[in-house]
Design a protein around this ligand. Structure first.
Ligand code: URP
Ligand code: ZN
Ligand code: ZN
Ligand code: ZN
Length: 466
């Protein structure tokens, strides 16, 4: 089967080109000016549109059980929504398993969740919920036999890891060729503040933000940078950055050539803590929390100046009706997390590219090629070069949309971006040559997605990020 995408502007992380793209059996086989279609070719006209590598969202939580609740999106509804928004690969953060379980236990659970369900390609980040000799020993086989080349540590929540165990994990993960990712928040400081707020009867959504101010996050980022340096410069990836002070610490580490990278999410760029003062403020409870507008401005500077490496969503969905029923006005009883997997690409395209903050190439770097380079998917994913999977999104900058949950494809009952105006929309999403979404409608198939065995972390590949 052959497809030819014609007349569009091809964009990759290096530049933009008036080129056509020829695809054969789900793989890109040629990119050139004015490729002629032969009689077996399906021609896709991309006049006036950008043709870009499909989005790679390296931070989702489908099927997650957070103890007090289970997310309402599974690998089908979550990847269906992702496809409609121009994303062709997700890497899901495996959730915690039973206390004391090993790494392969959660991997088996997640393979069962995803196989036969995912509509686009997928991988998993391992989860470290405790450290002992057995876990350290298992890491090598997770990387080399199972294709799991990144692992997440949490410094807060139920299975937080202490500093000694963080050091052991960082050292071993570096040795086996894995990237350590971390949710950095100072758990003790949060617990103290939270107890004081609760004792004073202050449990409204805004108190969620006041219980974990940016210093809690920035302190943990600084600590992780130093622990990674102590662990022989172990590579480190900070997830869901929400503040400018943490970004300054990362910039400083980068200046010393430390291998650290950082992700932010659309909610930290576009929603501020005023949301907690709304009547429906419980819709926005997540950790780290939304911040003051000044922090949003600082993150946008990082998006533009190259100091932020990726934009992912942290899609983790609990419906508003469930949040209300569980929390009844008390933030401590509300499950944390926001939906957003379908809106990442259009939000960043509209508020980043078309508002003049970033170039189309930088958009591709943030949403696709940098994630592929960091997480062992390059060169198969994240680019439009011959030999790569035909994972393509066609963006039409002339289309405008107003985001409404009514047309989204996840299982939530609200969107945190309801009413947001977006200029530019993904009009076609292709995963390995299959058109999985067109004009915002799902055209793919449950179970089409393949598990991606990711390569070990590679510093040379990461060094060429855009
Ligand atoms: O509140 C959030 N972000 N929930 C999802 C889990 C996590 O911390 O990434
Ligand atoms: Zn987190
Ligand atoms: Zn998360
Ligand atoms: Zn639909």
């Amino acid at each position: 089967m052959k497809q030819l995408i014609k007349n569009g502007i091809l964009v990759d992380s290096d530049g933009q080109y008036s080129q056509d793209l020829l695809i054969e059996n789900g793989v890109i086989c040629q990119r050139d000016t004015a490729i002629e279609a032969d009689s077996q070719c399906e021609v896709i006209d991309a006049s006036g549109c950008y043709v870009m590598p499909g989005g790679i969202d390296v931070h989702t939580h489908f099927n997650i059980d957070v103890g007090i609740a289970r997310s309402c999106d599974d690998f089908f509804s979550g990847t269906r929504a992702a496809a409609c928004g121009g994303t062709t690969t997700i890497i899901d953060h495996m959730g915690f398993g039973p206390a004391g379980c090993n790494l392969h236990h959660q991997l088996n659970v997640y393979h069962q969740y995803a196989a036969g369900n995912a509509a686009i390609d997928y991988g998993f980040h391992g989860v470290i919920q405790h450290i002992d000799d057995g876990i350290l020993e298992e890491m090598a086989s997770m990387v080399h036999d199972e294709g799991i080349s990144s692992f997440k540590l949490y410094l807060t929540y139920l299975y937080k890891i202490n500093d000694a165990d963080v050091l052991r994990a960082l050292g071993q993960l570096r040795q086996v060729g894995a990237l350590t990712t971390v949710h950095p928040e100072n758990d003790a400081a949060i617990a103290l503040r939270r107890a004081a707020l609760v004792a004073a009867g202050k449990t409204a959504p805004i108190h969620h933000a006041l219980s974990r101010p940016l210093e809690c996050e920035a302190e943990a980022i600084g600590r992780m940078i130093n622990l990674a340096h102590l662990a022989d410069n172990a590579p480190l990836y900070i997830v869901h950055l929400s503040n400018g002070l943490g970004l300054d610490y990362l910039r400083l580490a980068r200046q010393q050539r430390q291998p650290v990278w950082v992700e932010t999410c659309p909610q930290y760029l576009l929603l501020n803590e005023q949301c907690y003062l709304r009547e429906d403020g419980a819709k926005y409870i997540l950790s780290p929390p939304l911040r003051d507008q000044r922090e949003l401005d600082r993150l946008w500077i990082g998006i533009a100046d190259g100091s932020i490496d990726t934009v992912a969503t942290d899609h983790c969905t609990f419906p508003y009706h469930q949040r209300q029923a569980m929390a009844t006005g008390d933030f401590t009883r509300c499950p944390n997390g926001l939906p957003g997997v379908e809106n990442r690409m259009m939000l960043l395209f509209s508020h980043g590219v078309l508002s003049g903050r970033i170039s189309p190439s930088r958009f591709v770097a943030l949403t696709s090629s940098n994630p592929a380079r960091l997480f062992g998917l390059w060169p198969r994913k994240g680019n439009l070069n011959p030999g790569a999977d035909a994972d393509v999104v066609i963006f039409d900058p002339r289309q405008s949309t107003v985001i409404s949950h009514a047309w989204l494809h996840d299982n939530a009952d609200y969107s945190p971006y309801e009413g947001f105006q977006c200029q530019g929309a993904p009009v076609l999403t292709m995963c390995r040559g299959e058109i999985v979404a067109r004009n915002g409608e799902f055209t793919g198939r449950q179970g089409y997605g393949q598990f991606l065995r990711r390569r070990p972390f590679n510093a040379q590949i990461a060094a060429k990020m855009g």
